[in-house]
Design a protein around this ligand. Structure first.
Ligand SMILES: Nc1ncnc2c1ncn2[C@@H]1O[C@H](COP(=O)(O)OP(=O)(O)OP(=O)(O)O)[C@@H](O)[C@H]1O
Ligand SMILES: [Mg+2]
Length: 353
């Protein structure tokens, strides 16, 4: 038997009035994959999830689940469970009734429901709260209840829309780990919407980066982070994202202002204007490179984030240790040549490997 939960989208368009929310996206998600939809606010993530769930119909395109075209089917026919950002729990029902609701709708025998509910609640550690109503729970507990309601039956597909966004930072980190463990043990294809890239990077097997209603890159967190395919992805991924400089590609080297960096491998690309990308952790304070003046240093406890001015451009440098800096201190910034990213200045597309 082939694993369940293969999902694909083909040429999905969606407009709201005159606004084009999705511009023809394609996506292929493998069975049991933990797949993140990552992108800034308004980029089309929730719309994609709602289209997958059947809550929204695309104007154009097809949705396939396990080889079946489900484009025209109702949510109930798709065998998916969705967790909404606002949990959408029934306030007048106990947790037990909330969690058991999908089973009741599925026509599961009444005497089987309490055990299934208890098991699902135990997996997210709220089995001691089953008699309470949502209003008597903390945000984190409500969020777990919504998860329990999703996992109480084994759907083909979990759709999670920013399920951790209402939790405080600490609880968010804890729940993230649990969610990943839970998904592994359940073996259900999961599509997870977030605008938090750290969350996507840590939790997902693969991700799609959304920008303005388009998918601009699909890959493992590693691929997206280490090999952004365009300057747009480069400018979005990483916290803070990579520094981008106007530069000139020459034979075996790239120049930013008067600073020339020999490239370890000459890219197969015509000489000319390029955008040079360097992550804050790949810049060194040095005695050669770009002349820079310290604008502000931020102490992050175990490391430092230094904001330099190079001419008028703010450049971020991450320092692995903490030390003192004088205000307005001047230095030079040099780039690690093997960690330089190049993009065509006109098309914004990545140059070389
Ligand atoms: N029902 C609707 N009517 C009109 N416009 C809508 C509707 N739903 C979504 N949109 C618009 O479509 C775009 C994409 O919305 P969507 O909710 O998919 O974004 P998102 O990526 O989930 O953003 P966020 O991170 O803020 O949740 C937005 O500009 C939004 O305003
Ligand atoms: Mg959304």
């Amino acid at each position: 038997m082939t694993a369940k939960g293969h999902v694909s989208l083909h040429g999905i368009h969606k407009t709201f009035g005159t606004f084009e929310a999705l511009k023809g996206i394609d996506l292929d998600i493998q069975p049991v994959e933990f797949f993140a939809l990552l992108g800034p606010s308004g980029s089309g993530k929730t719309t994609t999830l709602r289209i997958l769930a059947g809550l929204e119909a695309p104007d154009d395109g097809r949705i396939m689940i396990d080889g079946n075209d489900v484009t025209g089917t109702q949510p109930g026919e798709r065998d998916v469970a969705m967790v909404f950002q606002n949990y959408a729990l029934y306030p007048h029902m106990t947790l037990a009734a909330n969690i058991g609701f999908p089973l009741k709708m599925d026509g599961v025998a009444k005497n089987k429901i309490p055990d299934l509910v208890r098991q699902a609640a135990a997996r997210v550690k709220i089995d001691h709260l089953l008699h309470r109503r949502p209003g008597q729970l903390s945000g984190g507990q409500q969020q777990r209840c919504a998860l329990a309601r999703a996992i109480v039956r084994q759907p083909r597909l979990f759709l999670l829309d920013e399920p951790l966004s209402n939790l405080d930072a600490q609880l968010r980190l804890e729940t993230r780990v649990e969610l990943k463990k839970l998904q592994r043990s359940l073996d259900v294809t999961t599509v997870y919407v977030t605008h938090d890239q750290e969350e996507a990077m840590t939790i997902a097997d693969r991700m799609a980066v959304f920008l303005d209603g388009d998918i601009v890159q699909v890959g493992t967190p590693d691929e997206v982070f280490n090999r952004p395919l365009s300057v747009h992805v480069a400018a979005f991924i990483g916290s803070p994202p990579m520094n981008l400089f106007a530069g000139q590609l020459e034979q075996g080297a790239v120049k930013v202002g008067d600073y020339e960096i020999k490239l370890p491998k000459s890219p197969d690309h015509a000489a000319g204007d390029v955008t040079v990308g360097v992550r804050p952790s790949h810049i060194r304070l040095s005695d050669h490179g770009l002349p820079a003046r310290l604008y502000l240093s931020e102490n992050l406890g175990e490391s430092m984030l230094l904001n330099f001015l190079v001419d008028d451009q703010l450049v971020k440098v991450r320092l692995p240790e903490v030390r003192r800096f004088a205000e307005n201190e001047t230095t030079a910034l040099s780039f690690e040549p093997e960690h330089i990213h190049l993009f065509d200045q006109k098309t914004g597309l990545r140059i070389g490997s």
